[in-house]
Ligand binder design. Sequence first.
Ligand code: SAM
Length: 294
Amino acid sequence: MAGPVPTLGNPRSTIEILNKYHVVFQKKYGQNFLIDGHVLDKIMKAAQISEEDYVVEIGPGIGTMTQYLASRARGVTAIEIDRALIPVLQDTLSGYPNVDLVNEDVLKVDLRRLAEEKNGGKPVKVVANLPYYITTPIIMGLFEKHVPLAGITVMVQKEVAERMQAGPGSKNYGALSIAVQYYAEPYVAAYVPPNCFMPRPGVGSAVIRLKTYAEPPVKAADEALLFAVVRASFNQRRKTLQNGLSHVPELGISKDMTIKILTEMGLPESVRGEALTLAQFAEFANRAAACREA
Ligand code: SAM
């Protein structure tokens, strides 16, 4: 063990700390603190934290999951936006010298530099019970800014977890599914009901593990074009791909070009974007990039 056994992760000690520091839950920061040790154990198991790992935790709250992480990992940097929680964290984490606290908005932190400074540029593990209101920008920021990652294990809203792992044919399939699956292999490690948190959230939750790829599973000649095509397709979800794409003239993909490419790919002219796999989106975008250049 890298640090002492956690004392938090149950209702009694959580209430004690909340009362001691007169903590007022900040709804605007998505504060729902975990109070269930079994759920925390499941998160640790899914993230496979060992003494070699350096962990970045987003939103430590009162430090519950931080204690679990710090007792297993070599080191943890915990980034918390709410200044009022810093004295609480200094107390609950006082027995864990391997934790660094950063009082910042995670969206403003250069996590690539942090990995460089704390882990010599080697991949870090991101583990968090995320503030749900910024789940997508946090996850996409990690991928798009090419933070060196040895995996992401996060609690998210149940529906968001389902969108991340959905494929064609599912009503949950969308731009987020494609974006996540371009960078990582998702699997849901646990579903977590509202009574495992204090206060209880109004939605169900799930722990999702994103196993990051060394290389994306498909080759995109122009990543920006691939994601622009994906966004345009799902913005006009009920439209055919040719109509969806022609609605976004900046793409430079005419209806004729779409029909030509779909025919070459052996797909019907009337296909909707929501029917395409990630590989088909990539092939479509690669062919469109080649047509635009010709
Ligand atoms: N990890 C704790 C737990 O599991 O009990 C708290 C999780 S709570 C769902 C989300 C935490 O993220 C809160 O502590 C909140 O203040 C923090 N947070 C919200 N927005 C943030 C941001 N932009 N940057 C960093 N932390 C943020």
